[in-house]
Design a protein around this ligand. Sequence first.
Ligand SMILES: CC(C)(COP(=O)(O)OP(=O)(O)OC[C@H]1O[C@@H](n2cnc3c(N)ncnc32)[C@H](O)[C@@H]1OP(=O)(O)O)[C@@H](O)C(=O)NCCC(=O)NCCS
Length: 155
Amino acid sequence: MAEQNMLRFAALDHNDIEPCLALSRNSDPHPWRDDTWRRSLRDEFCFGLFDDRCLLAVAAFSLVMDEASLLNIVVGQDLRGKGLGRHLLSEGLNWMQQIGAQRCLLEVRRGNASARALYQRLGFAEDGIRKNYYPLGDGREDAVLMSADLPLTTE
Ligand SMILES: CC(C)(COP(=O)(O)OP(=O)(O)OC[C@H]1O[C@@H](n2cnc3c(N)ncnc32)[C@H](O)[C@@H]1OP(=O)(O)O)[C@@H](O)C(=O)NCCC(=O)NCCS
């Protein structure tokens, strides 16, 4: 893979559906349904990191008034721990701020240690818990609610 500063950050649209589906299916333990990706690429704000050939990571946000929500972020399974998630999320949040977001909210599974660490690293604070929010096998898992004011102060 190219160095991180050789990666290209770009807004995505419906033409990017196939690589988004492939990344999600191959690298997300809880992949979105195909129609959720289609709707997000059409109606929300999706961003990707590319090397010279491939989509390596994807993030999706919504925007309501001045409040962005991070809907999803996925980094390719073999590319984790190299700063791609942090890079993509920072760039995506910069974009969302430039179009009016003053705050970003998100929900994350309580057991998703790497995602929670990523969000904390970027300055998100935990606001509360939504009990038994996500399905997990034959049970349920809590959601941790997090938020950060924009622009981020910790990058
Ligand atoms: C969560 C995810 C996006 C993180 O992406 P990543 O590229 O591996 O993360 P980064 O390498 O950018 O890590 C950024 C920071 O997060 C923290 N972090 C990331 N993974 C970590 C891990 N496994 N253990 C501890 N800390 C971790 C570190 O503090 C790191 O800081 P540093 O850059 O100063 O070392 C990735 O693991 C993923 O795609 N998971 C599957 C999909 C998913 O769960 N998405 C979240 C939905 S809410």
